[in-house]
Each structure stands twice: as C-alpha cells, then as structure tokens.
Design a protein around this ligand. Sequence first.
Ligand code: FPP
Length: 247
Amino acid sequence: MKNANALQYGIICCMKNCEHVAIIMDGNGRWATAQGLPRTAGHMAGSDNVRTIAIAADALGVKYLTLYAFSTENWKRSKEEVGYLMNLPSFFFRKYMKEFLDRGFRIRMIGELDDLPAATAKVLREAEEESKKNSGLSLNIAMNYGSHRELVLAANAYAKDVLEGKAELGIDEAGFEKYLMTKDFPPVDLLIRTSGEERISNYLLWQIAYAELEFVPESWPEFTPEVLKRCLDEYMTRDRRFGGVKQ
Ligand code: FPP
C-alpha cells in the first residue's frame, strides 16, 4: 500500500532525516467563505484533508505528523463554530479509523483533553487506545493544545516531583522534556503553516527550537500531497547546522 501511494504521487522516498513534520492547518474558514460556504464547511473539508495528508506523509517516509486541530485560544470563536469543531473528531474517526488501523497508524493526542466536552475526549482517548499497538505513522492531533500551557504544566509537574522527592533539583533539557506532552516524540524537523500567515500561534515552541519553517500560500483544504512533497523537497535543500558551523 505504501509503495502504491508513493508511486501515485511520483515520490521517491528519501526523507530519512525528516522524521517529524508539524502542520498549522490554517485557512479552512477563508477557503469556505471564498466559495460562499459556511466556515464549518471549511473545517469539514479540512478534516477530510487530514486523512489525505496523513497517507501522503506516511508514503513519503514521515514518521510523526503533528497537526494543530484546536488551540487553547480557539475557545474565543463563536459557540456554533466551537461546537462544530468539538463534534468533528467523532465524524472523523467514525469515517477513517478502520483505514488508519489497517495502515498501521498510531493515533496520539496532545492537549488538555479533560477540558473538552466529555464525548469529544472519549472519542479521542478511544482512538489512542485502539491504535496503541501500531508502529506505523504516529498521527498526533493537538486538541485544546497551547505551548505556553504545556510549559506551565510541565514546570508545575516538575516542581511537584521535587517536593515529593521524586526528582532532583537541577534537571537538564532532556530531563525537562520528559514533562512535556510530546515526551514520546522526537523534535520537530519541519513546521509548515498553510494559508499565507507567517506566525507560530503558540504551537510547539519548545519542540521547534531547530525546526525548518515553511509558510505556504495554499489554505489547508487546498494543501495537496503534491504541496507536501514540494515542502519536503524544499526541506531537503536546507542546510541544518543546529547552531554549529559547516565543516
Ligand atoms: C484555523 O484556521 C484552523 C482551525 C482552528 C481548525 C483546524 C481543524 C481542522 C483542519 C479539522 C481537524 C479535525 C480533526 C478531527 C482531525 P481557520 O480554519 O479558522 O481559518 P481562517 O483563518 O481562514 O479563519
């Protein structure tokens, strides 16, 4: 299946060093409005595109794909839009979970699920549970996620461990990472934001310390496997020195 997809997109799988791709899936609302559709239609098209891009990323050799589905700031949106976004995971996993399991995808969540409507949190936890033995693409969905919140929670958890004698004072970076929601993932290699905006919006601030950044004009519903391939090709031309000097 993987090779068939690779052929379909005309892809040569050589992405060994682009293990972790994170995407800020922006522009659903503007895409829908431009077509005379309600914003929610953009979110539905966007959720279908999650499946398309996860399959393409897997075929391209990406191992971790971390997608920003709902931020800690998105609660400011209208009640109708927030309600729609909270119901989307249920539609999404009902439609695609079987296929994800067949493809060996492992679904993982980052964000504060406890503060989501109980039904939404349940669907997300079930997707994690059902796929936990899979070792294929790690499809990570950020839901009620904000990087500042993640760092504050990590600092508090560390302080609590120190007070309880479970941790020593003076941990290093690797020690601190164990308190992050992304503790099981490698650092982000490539961060992509769609729809022309050029900001990070409180996403994975620790994890993108040395990521390559790409801002593409396409909205998320228009972000095709070919555009992903273009981003990965661009990534391959970048010279990553991680603060060092080229030898
Ligand atoms: C931000 O841009 C996008 C969001 C707040 C939602 C993104 C959600 C999805 C793509 C659905 C994912 C769902 C699942 C369950 C995997 P915007 O769409 O508000 O765009 P705008 O800037 O044009 O208004």
